[in-house]
Design a protein around this ligand. Sequence first.
Ligand SMILES: Cc1cc2nc3c(=O)[nH]c(=O)nc-3n(C[C@H](O)[C@H](O)[C@H](O)COP(=O)(O)O)c2cc1C
Length: 208
Amino acid sequence: MKAVILYDSKTSGGSTEALIDAIGLQLAESGAYVEKVKCKALADYSFIRDFDLVILGAPVYYFLVASQLLGALNYGNLKINLKRKKIAMFLTCGSPEAMAAVLYLPQLKIHLISNKILVEKIFPSNALQDNSVIDTFVHDVLYAYNKTSSQRSLSAKWTDESREWLQTIPSFLQGKFKTMAEEYAEKMGYKEITLEMLQLARDEMGGT
Ligand SMILES: Cc1cc2nc3c(=O)[nH]c(=O)nc-3n(C[C@H](O)[C@H](O)[C@H](O)COP(=O)(O)O)c2cc1C
């Protein structure tokens, strides 16, 4: 899975960037390819088409989500390029969570009504004092991502033989292999996941 973290903050090395680095590290450790990109309102966001998951992250200043991210959604081509993308989002702010959910998150969500939003989260500025906060966020993102991926891929059926083969690999790798095979089947238009298709996918991905 390829994920891009699109963020904005006025503070270089501030709380938002620290959260992004921690989230990116955890995602990478789980096997994802991760890039982080700082928002500029009028940048070209067509590169987003190469990513499976987009994480938006920004702080709140003076009751508004940081301006370059809002600007990219309002005036740039970010919104068009986010179409049909799976999205997770978080805000960092000083307000209580309930207040932020009502006042600040909608500033982003109003632009994303056609998107699948996997997870949304409000972090306090000092969120990193508790490591489990990032663990939970990343776990929730991956769980929701994998759930929607397997729902989407129901059209490609596993044959009995390929299901048996899946059982022969270590159990902690099975979920990852299953998702990769189903994504490959969807991309290549296979209706069935056969042993032959799995072999082709392995050859193309450089597996042994
Ligand atoms: C100038 C300024 C204005 C802020 N305005 C708000 C605000 O209106 N609402 C809020 O909940 N938090 C507000 N905060 C708190 C920030 O959203 C919070 O500290 C955030 O973690 C800062 O992120 P950063 O370290 O990436 O800049 C403000 C902070 C600053 C410095």
